[in-house]
Design a protein around this ligand. Structure first.
Ligand code: HEC
Length: 227
């Protein structure tokens, strides 16, 4: 074999070694392995105890959903709601027959039709998509939590009231501005109470007995002190 053949062989081996070396150096530039602070996989119970893992699983299963308004409505104070509603007055009037501002007049809006009959007020297409629906406490709850969440693209540029109790107070205030609104509100509260009872324990004899002061057991025992 002529010597230049050997030269070619040696040259190709050297080239291969250099390419391997350079690509190794380049690779460490491109990829930076990072040491993990914690193992990615935690066996259940390893980190925060079994309860923590369970809670985390429950949280993952339920993407943040707004809690129903019923329980908060039970403790709602329309007077407080009226005070909170001062922030709404920048855009809304609340009195009967008062003019529309940036937003429509809200007298009687509780229980009323969505985006309708507001003295010619021009609602956005986003809110008009809800034509035919009524402003129930449940809908007002979502709306007042985040208007965009209820009607994506609405022109009510209000960030919302994050505390559930504030929303309940405002809804209770709105209910006072609708004839018969208080009755609707009471119904929602009662439904929520009944639901809560069913979830916690088997329903007692009288589902309407919301007050624990009424001793149901006393009635059963003839000898007890019940009047
Ligand atoms: C920055 C101005 C602004 C503020 C503040 C504001 N709103 Fe509104 N609101 C609007 C506008 C504008 C609309 C009409 C929305 C549309 O057509 O998309 C509206 C619509 C509404 C509606 C629907 C009316 C209907 O007839 O369907 C309700 C209910 C409402 N607002 C309640 C409230 C309450 C309660 C507050 C205070 C907690 C509030 N808004 C704060 C501007 C505002």
């Amino acid at each position: 074999m002529p010597s230049f053949e050997w030269n070619k062989i040696i040259a190709s081996v050297l080239t291969a070694m250099i390419v391997a070396m350079v690509s190794g150096i380049l690779a460490t530039f491109v990829v930076h392995p990072v040491e993990l602070e914690q193992p990615v996989y935690m066996p259940p119970g390893a980190a925060e105890g079994a309860k923590g893992a369970e809670a985390a699983a429950a949280a993952a299963a339920k993407p943040q959903k707004l809690a129903p308004i019923g329980p908060a409505l039970a403790n709602a104070d329309p007077k407080k709601g009226e005070e909170i509603a001062h922030v709404c007055q920048q855009c809304h009037t609340f009195g009967k027959g008062e003019p529309n501002k940036i937003g429509p007049n809200l007298f009687g809006v509780f229980g009323g039709p969505i985006a309708e009959d507001r003295g010619g007020y021009e609602f956005s297409d986003a809110l008009q998509k809800h034509h035919g629906e009524k402003w129930t406490p449940a809908r007002l709850n979502i709306w007042l939590h985040d208007p965009q969440d209820f009607a994506q693209g609405t022109k009510m540029s209000f960030p919302g009231l994050p505390p559930v109790q504030e929303r309940a107070d405002v809804i209770a205030y709105l209910a006072t501005l609708t004839p018969g609104g208080a009755a609707t509100e009471k119904k929602v509260v009662e439904e929520a109470a009944a639901e809560a009872k069913q979830q916690t324990k088997p329903a007692p004899a009288k589902p309407a007995a919301a007050a624990p002061a009424k001793p149901a057991a006393a009635a059963a025992k003839p000898g007890s002190a019940a009047k």
